[in-house]
Design a protein around this ligand. Structure first.
Ligand code: 13P
Ligand code: SF4
Length: 377
C-alpha cells in the first residue's frame, strides 16, 4: 500500500485491490438458457428477502429480467441505502458495487458476480495520480479554495480523497447540483474523471468561459500555473462508448426521419450534447421514452443495451440507436453474465459467499462522507 502525499490515506491500484474475487467454476460455463432461468428463479425463491438484485440500465436482458430494481447510478445507490436485504447482488460495475458497500450497513454484503466488470473510465483517474496532480495544482493556486468533485464512475479511494479535501461525489443526474454546492464553498472545481460530463455541466450552468483540462499522461498538458487560473479544471478522462457519437450521426437521423428527436447521455462530447434535443442520465433517458407519445421517434445516444431495452419496453415509440449498428455495448457491464448470477445465487443457497466487495475501512468512512454529501445536494 502506498501513502498519498496530500491526504491521510493509503491506497493500492484500484483494479488489483480485490484479490478475493473468483472466476466462474467450469460447471457453470455452458448452462442452457431455459435451465439457467429455472435455476436462478429457484435460488431466488429459496433466498427470499435475504437477497436483492440491483440492475443498472446497461445490463444485459438476462440480468435486468431478474432484477428487483433497475435504474441509473443514482437510483441504485438510493436503493442500496434503503434495502434491508442481507445480500445485495449488483448487476453493474466495480465502482457501483463499491458505492453500495459503502452505503449499506456493515452486516450487509455486496456481491459483484463477475470480477471483470471494471469501468475503463474509472481507471483513468487513479487516486495516487490524482493526489500528485492535486499537490501541483494547489501549489500553483495557493490562495484558491479548490473543491474536488468525482463522478460516481471512480474507485472508492478517489471518493475518499475527494471527501478528505472537502469535496463530494456526483452522478450524471446531479452533477450541476454538485457544482453549485462546490461553488458555494470554494472558488474552483477539479472535476474527475469525465471531461465531457464536466464540460457539459459547465455549459449547463453558464460557466463555460473558465475551463481548463488536466491531461495526466501528457507533460505539456500539465502546466499547473495555467490550469490553476481556470475556475473549472477537467481531468482528461472519457468513456469510449459515449465518445463514439458524432454530430454527423444526429444529422443523418434527422435527414432520415423528419420528426426524430435525439436524446444523449452527458458523457457524450460537448458538440453532440449541443446538437441533441435533450441530454440526461440513463434514468432521464428512460423517463423521456416513457413520456413520449405513441408514434414519436426518438434516437438514443447511449450504451446499446439500454436502447434495446427501451425498444422492447415501449413498442409504441419508434426508438432508434443514434449511430445504428455502430452503437457500442459497454464491455465492463456485459461481464455480468447470467452464468455468474446463477453461480453466486446457488452458492448463497448453500451458505457460501463469493465475490463480496469489501472496501477497506479507512477508505469506506471517508468515501461515505463524499457519497452522503451527494445524497444531500
Ligand atoms: P448513469 O448514472 O446515467 O446511469 O450512467 C452511468 C454510466 O456508467 C454511464 O456510462
Ligand atoms: Fe464506464 Fe462507459 Fe461503461 Fe459507463 S458505459 S460503465 S462510463 S465504460
Amino acid at each position: 500500500m502506498v501513502k498519498m502525499e496530500t491526504a491521510d490515506l493509503e491506497t493500492d491500484l484500484s483494479l488489483f485491490k480485490y484479490g478475493n474475487l473468483e472466476q466462474l467454476p467450469p460447471q457453470y460455463h455452458n448452462l442452457e438458457t431455459d435451465e439457467r432461468t429455472v435455476r436462478i428463479e429457484t435460488a431466488l425463491e429459496e433466498l427470499g428477502d435475504d437477497v436483492v438484485i440491483l440492475g443498472h440500465n446497461y445490463q444485459r436482458r438476462e440480468i435486468v429480467e431478474h432484477a428487483d430494481y433497475i435504474g441509473d447510478s443514482y437510483q441504485l445507490s438510493v436503493q442500496a441505502a434503503e434495502t434491508d436485504a442481507s445480500y445485495v447482488i449488483f448487476g453493474g460495475v466495480t465502482f457501483m458495487a463499491e458505492s453500495a458497500d459503502i452505503i449499506t450497513d456493515d452486516d450487509q454484503q455486496v456481491i459483484l458476480p463477475s470480477m471483470e466488470a471494471s469501468c475503463p473510465m474509472a481507471g483513468m483517474a487513479e487516486a495516487l495520480q490524482v493526489d500528485a496532480a492535486w499537490a501541483e495544482i494547489t501549489a500553483a493556486a495557493p490562495d484558491a479554495n479548490i473543491i474536488p468533485i468525482t463522478y460516481m464512475n471512480s474507485y472508492a479511494d478517489l471518493k475518499a480523497f475527494c471527501a478528505s479535501q472537502g469535496g463530494l461525489v456526483c452522478t450524471s443526474s446531479n452533477a450541476h447540483r454538485a457544482f453549485e454546492w462546490a461553488f458555494e464553498r470554494g472558488d474552483k472545481v477539479l472535476f474527475l474523471p469525465d471531461k465531457h460530463l464536466g464540460e457539459n455541466t459547465a455549459y449547463r450552468l453558464g460557466m463555460e468561459d473558465s475551463l481548463a483540462e488536466w491531461d495526466p499522461w501528457d507533460p505539456e498538458g500539465k502546466d499547473a500555473e495555467e490550469v490553476a487560473e481556470a475556475d473549472i479544471i477537467l481531468w482528461d478522462g472519457y468513456c469510449q462508448v459515449h465518445e463514439r457519437f458524432r454530430v454527423e450521426h444526429i444529422e443523418t437521423v434527422r435527414a432520415e426521419h423528419d420528426d426524430a428527436k435525439v436524446i444523449v447521455h452527458p458523457e457524450c462530447r460537448r458538440e453532440v450534447v449541443e446538437a441533441a434535443d435533450e441530454a440526461g442520465s440513463t434514468a432521464e433517458i428512460c423517463r423521456t421514452i416513457e413520456e413520449a407519445d405513441p408514434g414519436d421517434t426518438w434516437a438514443i445516444g447511449t450504451e446499446i443495451h439500454l436502447t434495446r431495452h427501451l425498444e422492447r419496453w415501449h413498442p409504441e415509440v419508434n426508438v432508434l440507436p443514434l449511430c445504428g449498428d455502430a452503437c457500442m455495448d459497454c464491455n465492463a457491464m456485459r461481464q455480468i453474465d447470467p452464468n455468474y448470477l446463477t453461480w453466486v445465487l446457488e452458492e448463497l443457497v448453500e451458505g457460501r459467499e463469493h465475490n463480496v466487495i469489501q472496501v477497506a475501512p479507512e477508505e469506506k468512512e471517508l468515501a461515505a462522507v463524499a457519497l452522503e454529501r451527494m445524497l444531500e445536494v
